[in-house]
Design a protein. Structure first.
Length: 411
């Protein structure tokens, strides 16, 4: 990115509060799957409950993701929804610290569930605001910085949660997470004219817009293949929410909080892979990169149970992440190529909701799988899910395309 573009972005009213709020909100969200698992394990000793609690915040995304995107498109009321999101998350985190270990176990996922309704906003909602904040000629550099925001949160969030949990206890990690969400809330309030650019409904309905995005995903072979492959892959990765901390103790002689460094290693490898292989998308169809990436990622995951020390495991995880990064970046390219502009935002939020929801299902199964089969065996199951994702993706892509209706999206 050239200095002139960066300087112009910084000069845009509200841009610095926007990118700061987005990054802090994402760091807070990325801390959750590490901090909450360690808190629940520490206070209840239940691996199943730890996985179920992660599922409770991510599973509602299956329903809320498409609807949130449609609501934003129809109303343009961005500030109100984002403030509610950060307020819900911070309140839930404080309540979780107070309830876990001090009340009935069933109250823990119940406290988390309501915050899960707005959970997809930090991942996709902020991104959709960029055209309302920066002029069209600065969209490219703004999108590049948005990618940096995601990648930074992926690395910093889990590592910060693991470090705080190891040094001060898991409750401290969740309190810091709540404070980050509140700071993000304050920054959102400082973004001027965030609600500008809202479009009239033009006869469209909330359910109609959401349904149009789902029809697009199901009907286009490339989109259908990569979307369901990603869902299966994320479901397998959800098993690691419990398998990582248990593996650290059972096989490496470490602490449960080491799981934070494992997630950070994965994020670092994924980021490096995405940046290093950007040119690959110019020579290879992106859908092939996605499905090949899952096959390579799953194969590399088979080596994880062989690690005899934490440093060795971190290296193996980072190496596997090198295959995951290009697959993730290529997913965006597929959508950009086959989705019409009128459905672009809706397809992104629907696909994001499906992926996060699938991760929730994996997290819900993580406790029984990691304790019933063993943490090392859970890693092998997760690796098998990535290989299955590649096979399912290829199969779905070979199915013929369905004719799309010509009616207006959301009609």
């Amino acid at each position: 990115m050239d200095r002139e573009s960066l300087a112009r972005l910084r000069a845009q009213p509200g841009y610095l509060p926007f990118v700061s709020a987005a990054t802090l909100a994402r760091v807070s969200d990325e801390m959750f799957s590490v901090g909450v698992v360690l808190l629940v394990l520490d206070r209840t000793g239940s691996a199943g409950l730890a996985g179920l609690t992660v599922a409770a915040i991510t599973l509602p995304s299956l329903i809320s993701g498409p609807l949130l995107g449609a609501w934003l498109d129809l109303t343009g009321r961005r500030r109100r929804l984002m403030v509610a999101d950060q307020l819900l998350i911070s309140t839930m985190l404080v309540a979780l610290v107070l309830v876990a270990g001090h009340g009935p176990n069933w109250t823990i996922p119940l406290v988390v569930l309501m915050a899960g309704l707005t959970y997809p906003l930090s991942f996709g909602g902020f991104t959709s605001f960029i055209p309302a904040i920066v002029p069209e000629d600065l969209l490219a550099p703004a999108n590049a910085l948005e990618t940096t925001s995601f990648n930074s949160a992926l690395v910093v969030g889990p590592a910060l949660a693991g470090t705080l949990s190891g040094a001060f206890g898991p409750a401290t990690s969740l309190i810091v997470e709540a404070l980050l969400a509140l700071v993000a809330l304050v920054l959102i309030l400082r973004i001027p004219d965030l609600d500008r650019g809202g479009r009239p409904r033009d006869g469209r309905t909330l359910l109609g817009v959401a349904a149009a995005g789902i029809r697009q995903i199901v009907s286009v072979p490339q989109l259908r293949g990569i979307t369901f492959a990603a869902a299966i892959g994320l479901g397998g990765l959800g098993l690691m929410t419990v398998a990582f901390p248990l593996f650290a103790v059972e096989h490496l002689g470490g602490q449960r909080s080491d799981a934070g460094f494992m997630w950070a290693a994965f994020a670092a490898g994924s980021t490096a892979g995405a940046l290093a292989l950007m040119r690959l998308q110019r020579r290879v169809p992106p859908e092939r990169i996605v499905l090949s990436g899952y096959a390579l990622f799953g194969t590399a995951m088979l080596t994880w149970p062989l690690a005899g020390s934490l440093p060795a495991l971190l290296v193996l995880i980072a190496v596997a992440g090198l295959a995951d990064g290009p697959a993730l970046a290529a997913q965006f390219a597929v959508r950009q190529q086959v989705v019409p502009a009128s459905l672009y935002g809706q397809v992104f939020t629907t696909a994001a909701g499906l992926k996060v929801g699938s991760f929730a299902i994996g997290a819900a199964l993580a406790g029984p799988v990691a304790t019933g089969l063993g943490s090392a065996e859970a890693m092998l199951v997760a690796a098998g899910a990535q290989l299955t994702a590649a096979v399912v993706g290829v199969t779905l892509m070979r199915m013929p395309a369905r004719a799309l209706p010509h009616a207006s999206p959301g009609g």
